[in-house]
Design a protein around this ligand. Sequence first.
Ligand code: NI
Length: 186
Amino acid sequence: MQLPLLVLGHPLLRRVATPLTARQLLSPAIQTLIDDMIETMVAVSGAGLAAPQVGQSLRLCVAQVRENPRYPGMPALPLRVWVNPIITVLGETRRVVMYEGCLSVPGLRGAVSRPATIRVDYWDREGRPQRDDFDGPLAAVAQHECDHLDGRLFVDRADTNTLTFLDEYEQFVPHEDRVRVLDVRG
Ligand code: NI
């Protein structure tokens, strides 16, 4: 079932979400929530969706990136279900600067700079411990989704000078500026 999305201004989006126990995770209610979140993400062509965006203050998000000509240099990410994810920054020498958008901030994009090399430790939907390492744009996707679990939205982190509505983004932001990975060493 496709779920309605909360948008900027709803206080639940600003809450620190609660971890799931293994027992909760395996319950029919949470397994259905996961299915519904995946269905919703696909239906609205999102790259990711966090449980707070559908009104559940739980540490759970889903993500999936298909190769998209609007994001040159953005690799594909097979479907992920990140339960109780913990992000570790693996290096401070590379930054990913990407125009992010969010289903909870419809129509807006803005450039956010984040560490480019990270690790995500999490449980999959069966509660098995898993680990993903990212180096590049997918690190931004993972951090964006995990930010939702701490009540943070990309507009909090965006360079406000770069905020743009979608039509203007398509019109004025050159493709080479949409996703950049910068070496900040030395
Ligand atoms: Ni978002």
